[in-house]
Write a protein that binds this ligand. Structure first.
Ligand SMILES: Nc1ncnc2c1ncn2[C@@H]1O[C@H](COP(=O)(O)OP(=O)(O)OP(=O)(O)O)[C@@H](O)[C@H]1O
Ligand SMILES: Nc1ncnc2c1ncn2[C@@H]1O[C@H](COP(=O)(O)OP(=O)(O)OP(=O)(O)O)[C@@H](O)[C@H]1O
Ligand SMILES: [Mg+2]
Ligand SMILES: [Mg+2]
Lengths: 264, 264
């Protein structure tokens, strides 16, 4: 089983769009794929399955079990119960709820909360081939959980100035987690929302190619309004616009991710 | 003294751009203006004054004083010491540092952390005419502080589908804070990143006009690449592109904010 986290502390850079696109392309290949939504804002959950009123649904179920001390005795089937089907075969979702926003405060001072996700994914066992984690735009317990659970981190970066500043901070966060876990976390920086007509985009891509050459995905994901139409239709971009340019970039990225995972 | 908070839990909708533009336009009119950056990601701080290595600089100084119990005995001058000058006359900044990200955990279980900002602003007294607060894209202690301190909330919303879903959640958050403070918090929803060439933008604006008619600012802020160029130049949009279309929308908004504040 491979686990990828899609993170960036900067908001609105295309994390959710990237996570849903990659998860959908993996499922299309017949791989049993789980998308975990760790953002209390629940963009990916609302996009794929709509709102949910049970505050304890999905991912929160795993954290609640840790909060009330029942995690160790929970059977594997109870971990799987947090996952639901989506409209696409082979694509499941562990949804987010706003209750996740209170976790930082509720878990303060208690040990062991950084690895709740790692444990839950391990308990899911062979039910899934691939796991993709969509992160919230903040450094905190939820992102630490995602980084601890992931074998590789995908960092979407909008190709413009303010977002580039954010990338330097994201790199420092990753280095902090690598030191505390005594392991390297391989990363791929994915240029997104690229608009080849504007100087701001071109200059930002140039700077990315200079400063992050060794980890940069060579093709930027272009700005493509069909991605927004896909979100309104509640369909993952590969189902809504299979021959689109942005989906094409994601398709080649997924081929590389699978190749590396199988070689790993 | 008027205090406005610029918030939205959804990331990348134009909060920082809106906060900097409004603060700069207020300063241009000769009003002594303070921009408070509450985002641990520090976009506004890096934009206006660049990086800072002292983790305890700026806003963190106010929260540290509350954490170590020295806030009540701190002289007003020590509160003012958290504010620094920017390149624009009459525009000061209380910067953010990444240390703010740990506050939720460090303040957990302790009373009175929701009003640190309200107290700090009161202690600044007559040094400033206006205060603008740029919020992080998450529901938590920092946003609660901003909402508690503000007389009015400005909510930038990107004119597209995923961001509209986020607005419903932001409204629920505001109602929660209003109930706990037993006061109404007037709000203005500001449509941003409007691209009149795309269906996604037009449909989103139509929906905003239907569902939020009574609080919606009538003119959307258009997508304008000169705002990105301004960010790269480290200059607030009104200084970089005074006659621009996006700046024009912000200018009319500021006239209304001042008018309402003086009438209020
Ligand atoms: N390549 C693209 N072309 C056009 N629009 C895009 C593209 N990628 C993302 N978007 C749009 O940009 C907006 C931000 O994307 P998204 O919500 O995926 O970012 P995010 O990083 O997950 O945001 P948050 O920080 O709130 O979690 C959304 O409206 C999305 O539809
Ligand atoms: N009207 C506009 N036209 C073009 N670009 C814009 C406009 N408003 C904002 N932007 C750009 O969109 C990106 C997101 O804006 P900004 O950083 O202000 O959003 P935010 O809501 O503060 O994000 P975060 O959630 O990370 O705090 C930035 O690159 C900014 O330069
Ligand atoms: Mg997202
Ligand atoms: Mg911001």
């Amino acid at each position: 089983m491979s686990t990828w986290a899609v993170c960036n502390q900067k908001g609105g850079v295309g994390k959710t769009t990237t996570a849903i696109s990659i998860a959908s392309l993996l499922a299309e290949k017949g791989r049993k794929t789980l998308l975990i939504d760790l953002d209390p804002h629940a963009s990916a959950s609302v996009y794929l399955v709509g709102r949910e009123d049970d505050a304890n649904a999905g991912v929160m179920r795993w954290f609640s079990a840790e909060l009330d001390g029942s995690a160790a005795s929970l059977p594997a089937a109870a971990f799987a119960a947090a996952c639901e089907e989506t409209k696409q075969p082979d694509l499941s979702l562990a949804r987010a709820t706003p209750a996740l926003a209170a976790l930082e405060r509720r878990a303060a001072g208690r040990e062991g909360f950084g690895r709740v996700l790692t444990t839950a994914i391990a308990r899911l066992g062979a039910r899934f081939d691939d796991v993709i984690i969509d992160c919230p735009p903040t450094l905190g317990l939820l992102m630490i959980n995602a980084l601890a659970a992931a074998q590789q981190v995908l960092i979407p970066v909008q190709t413009e100035h303010l977002a580039l500043e954010g990338l330097a901070r994201m790199s420092r966060t990753l280095e902090m987690v690598e030191r505390s876990q005594r392991r390297a976390i391989p990363r791929i920086v994915i240029p997104t929302l690229f608009d080849r007509r504007t100087r701001a985009s071109l200059l930002a891509l140039e700077r990315l190619r200079e400063e992050y050459a060794s980890v940069l995905w060579p093709e930027p994901v272009p700005i493509d309004t069909r991605l927004r139409d896909a979100a309104r239709a509640g369909l993952p971009p590969p189902l809504y616009d299979p021959a689109g340019r942005a989906v094409g970039v994601y398709r080649r990225l997924v081929d590389r991710l699978i190749g590396a995972a199988e070689a790993g």
